[in-house]
Design a protein around this ligand. Structure first.
Ligand code: SAM
Length: 400
């Protein structure tokens, strides 16, 4: 485990905010009788009003630690990500589905670049709705749109809740991995739920060590279904994703006609719960360092888990959607034409072409985002005979 001491120290005001959040989490633990499920801890650490990582003032997205950011996402890395998605979305918008809805829009970069690309493709949506949990990010999204696409900014609207009925195209990049997970540990063949308790008094009193894991033995009837698929009795720590699956069902209830695309890192269940992944996928990001300690600086670092795409697919199918495609990000972007788009730049103009090509390479490379990230498409009521271009080759729906 990477020690707090080896990570950059937050400024004093950020540490004070983290301490306030730690106090609030501590009170919540006390009120719950001394133990909180990890999903509740993660929810508070990321989304507690004003103090959580996504709801507070952390910089979050950026290129490196010098700008105070913690990680970079595909829309921030390259505009070719949005431009390629636009290629996939344009024919859908043309089918009489003139609305786009983005979940968790981050800095607003994907929204701005998608609108610009769709304008170029002659398929501007009438409306670009954004569902964002964080007021701080909503303000950043408005500023990004005003700066990058001022003439299109008025098409964006922010929604506080999911619409009851939506016809159009839905997109969420790295949203499912930001949803709280429950943690479970199989020790000596017996399943426990891994929750959070206060550290024992006398331990290091910094907020980084205010909390500790505590495992509670589960009755057989309380062991989640997904865990029964893990054979043997070797020791395991893993996650389940009830919130993300509930979200997929809610998207299914909302989507009357159209397609929803979710892009994220993760696997089908058979890989997720494979013996080789017996340590689980919980991961934290602080100043571009990835480490496994969720109790470091609550509210100042991102906490994520990989996505179990089989769970998402089954929840969506339960809600009446069709899984129209599941592919690696590299396959999806190449099928949808990212290399053609890149070649619209002049390769002899090295100053423009090389950085653009390097960023696209990161999106596609197996060693970077190309294979770990997947794209799933969930549809309802689309015209038959119009397969989605992004899944033309290398579709892995059979693996879900
Ligand atoms: C890792 S960030 C990704 C941001 C952006 N999509 C990007 O790719 O840069 C996760 C985002 O998901 C949002 N989020 C998490 N759960 C959500 C939910 N249930 N509905 C809408 N947004 C959500 C967070 O507030 C945050 O903006």
């Amino acid at each position: 485990m990477q020690k707090a001491a080896s990570l950059p120290l937050p400024p004093a005001d950020a540490l004070a905010a983290s301490d306030s959040l730690a106090t609030r989490i501590g009170e919540t633990i006390d009120a719950a009788g001394g133990w909180l499920g990890f999903d509740r801890y993660m929810s508070l650490a990321l989304y507690a009003p004003g103090l959580g990582y996504y709801s507070g003032g952390a910089a979050k997205f950026g290129r490196d630690a010098r700008d105070g950011s913690d990680f970079i996402t595909a829309p921030e890395l390259s505009p070719f990500f949005a431009r390629t998605l636009a290629r996939q979305f344009a024919p859908l918008l043309a089918q009489g589905l003139p609305r786009l809805l983005e979940f968790g829009a981050g800095t607003g970069r994907l929204a701005a670049d998608l609108l610009l690309a769709l304008e170029q493709d002659g398929q501007l949506p009438q409306e670009y709705a954004i569902v964002e949990l964080s007021g701080e990010l909503r303000a950043r999204q408005q500023a990004t749109l005003a700066q990058r696409a001022p003439h299109l900014a008025q098409r964006a609207v922010w929604l506080d809740t999911l619409p009851e009925h939506f016809e159009g195209v839905v997109v969420g990049n790295e949203v499912l991995d930001a949803m709280p997970v429950r943690l479970f540990a199989r020790k000596g063949g017996r399943w426990h739920e891994r929750g959070v308790a206060r550290s024992v008094a006398g331990d290091d009193s910094t907020s980084a060590h205010a909390f500790t894991f505590e495992d509670r033995l589960l009755a057989e009837a309380d062991i989640p279904e997904a865990l029964h698929a893990i054979p043997g009795d070797y020791d395991v720590v893993t996650e389940t994703h009830a919130e993300a699956e509930g979200f997929a069902r809610a998207v299914g209830a909302m989507l009357a006609r159209g397609a929803a695309f979710f892009i994220d890192y993760g696997f089908p269940a058979s890989e997720y719960y494979h013996p080789q992944r017996a340590g689980g996928t919980l991961m934290c990001h602080y100043r571009h360092h990835a480490h496994p300690d969720p109790f470091l600086y609550p509210g100042l670092q991102d906490i994520t888990a990989h996505v179990n795409f089989s769970g998402i697919a089954h929840a969506a199918v339960d809600a009446g959607l069709t899984v129209a495609g599941f592919a690696s990000q590299a396959r999806f972007l190449m099928n949808a034409g990212i290399t053609d788009l890149l070649m619209t730049l002049d390769p002899s103009d090295a100053r423009t072409f090389l950085p653009a090509a390097n960023a696209v390479q990161k999106l596609l490379s197996e060693a970077e985002m190309g294979e770990l990230f997947k794209v799933i498409a969930l549809t309802r009521g689309l015209d038959d005979g119009e397969p989605l271009a992004g899944f033309a080759r290398g579709d892995r729906c059979h693996a879900l």
